[in-house]
Write a protein that binds this ligand. Structure first.
Ligand code: SAM
Length: 470
């Protein structure tokens, strides 16, 4: 076998952790880009290693019964909802498999019977946040280059996967509900009409950089416009147009960013009009009035608001609180989990490093009449030390919800010292969760594993694991 060879009639068996298809040829594993489990395909080899091969599907000979017609015109280009061609029950099956494979193989963990993954009621328009990039030159397909004569057009859309300088123009996106599509199209139209320069990602010249749209289940909408320098006439042209056309927008913000990259966690956000936050609402797990959560422009909020409630309910159920516990909510964000469980326990302490999120967390306790929470800003690996435990008390229960990278090893070691009776670990990355659970398994046993799907049509999966001190 050589690079470039086409292998015919490969039957795809399954899906691997990163969403690639997996098959076997002559006893060797081949990872494939494209295809669906159950397809028979031809594929061209591009990597040959002693223990595995990698290839790209070039032709589909027989379609899998697990397939479905993708509903989005951008499917195949965007990379955002790359599992649209697989029906939802099959997607769920592979997400659950991903969790089990990671915990068993990577973590070497012994698992109790797994509760079947909880699917999302909404499989379209489920996201509450999208970040779009302006680009002076939209990405063109070969067909457009060869057959349309288009050479240069601006774009407001998403990056092509793994290509920092290539942005394709989004016509319609099924990820975020109204008025997301209309806001994006209006912002782009206004910018073109007023000749406001789009940023060129290669030359780093231009004005308009990104547009973030955050929608809440209360109907409130936030926009964050990011530009390279302070030219208020241009900023106001866009914001005034959006203000005129979209009464749903309750929070208008902009950021001046002259840096090389688009991240804005270290930059000032200027609230042009409206509130510097939007409000999400979530049912209480104990049947009290719905909780209200204020979310500022820099704060994290679970991107699928409806499933966030299901996820928190799973964590709350697995913690099976008695009412007298001291709970630590690690990586608390805007204190959502802390406030969600506060009514069921004695006290909750939330830790998080974005100080603006901690400000929101405190406000969230206030507006919900929650008086038994305390929040601290800082990196958890530095905050959570012997001194912190002796001042605030050792937790009975820890709920931890780290970012994709998982917990720092020092944090795992600190948990082994603090030795809460229960740990509930919420994760958006089963691989790092497996790594961390392996460390914790020194003193904890896994009681339950409950995957939850927050991101239909993607390979991503959320997983909740409860642990009991041995
Ligand atoms: C997956 S989010 C969870 C937030 C929250 N539990 C929720 O459900 O909305 C992870 C959070 O961890 C915070 N974070 C990331 N690394 C951190 C660190 N080293 N120390 C403290 N917080 C951190 C992020 O800012 C983010 O708010």
């Amino acid at each position: 076998m050589r690079k470039g060879d086409i292998i015919q009639n490969i039957i795809i068996d399954t899906m691997a952790a990163e969403g690639k298809c997996v098959a076997k040829i002559d006893g060797r594993v081949i990872f494939l880009e494209g295809g669906a489990p159950g397809d028979t395909v031809d594929a061209q080899l591009f990597k040959i290693k002693s223990n595995f091969l990698e290839g790209k599907v070039t032709a589909i000979k027989k379609l899998s019964p697990n397939r479905e017609q993708p509903f989005c015109g951008h499917f195949g280009t965007c990379g955002g909802c790359s599992w649209q061609h697989i029906n939802y029950p099959t997607q769920l099956q592979y997400k659950q498999k991903q969790v089990v494979d990671n915990l068993e193989r990577l973590g070497g963990l012994t698992l109790p019977p797994i509760t079947p993954i909880m699917g999302s009621n909404k499989t379209r328009y489920y996201r509450n946040r999208l970040d779009f990039t302006f680009s002076a030159q939209r990405w063109l397909t070969w067909d457009e280059i060869n057959n349309t004569g288009i050479v240069n057009e601006p774009a407001l859309g998403f990056h092509i996967p793994r290509k920092f300088d290539k942005v394709f123009d989004v016509k319609e996106c099924y990820l975020q509900g109204d008025p997301s599509n209309a806001i994006r199209l209006a912002a782009k139209e206004e910018a073109i009409k007023e000749n406001i320069p789009f940023f060129n990602l290669r030359t780093q010249v231009g004005f308009l950089r990104t547009l973030t749209i955050r929608t809440a289940n209360t109907g409130e909408t936030m926009i964050i416009l990011q530009v390279t320098y302070d030219k208020i006439e241009w900023i106001e042209k866009i914001l005034t147009r959006l203000e005129r056309d979209f009464k749903q927008i309750t929070s208008f913000n902009y950021i001046i960013n002259g840096k090389k990259n688009d991240t804005f966690s270290d930059l000032d956000i200027i609230c042009w009009k409206g509130n510097p936050y939007i409000t999400e609402s979530m049912p209480s797990p104990i049947g009290k009035a719905a909780l209200q959560f204020r979310v500022g422009p820099k704060s994290f909020y679970q991107t699928n608001s409806e499933q966030a409630f299901q996820l928190y309910k799973v964590a709350w159920e697995l913690a099976s609180f008695q009412g007298n516990e001291l709970v630590y909510d690690l990586y608390t964000g805007t204190g959502t989990i802390a406030n969600f469980v506060a009514g069921s326990v004695k006290k909750v302490i939330g830790l998080e490093y974005v100080s603006a999120a901690i400000d929101d967390a405190k406000i969230n306790s206030q507006i919900n009449g929650v008086t038994n929470t305390e929040f601290f800003a800082g990196d958890i690996k530095d905050l959570l030390d012997d001194n912190f435990l002796s001042v605030h008390g050792k937790p009975d229960v820890v709920i931890t919800d780290p970012p994709r990278g998982g917990m720092h090893e020092d944090v795992c070691q600190m948990l082994l010292k603090a030795l809460p009776e229960k740990i509930v670990y919420v994760s958006c990355n089963p691989a790092t969760q497996a790594r961390d659970l392996k460390i914790l398994s020194e003193k904890y046993e896994i009681m339950a594993v409950r995957p939850v799907d927050m991101f239909p049509h993607t390979m991503h999966v959320e997983n909740v694991v409860s642990l009991k001190r041995i």
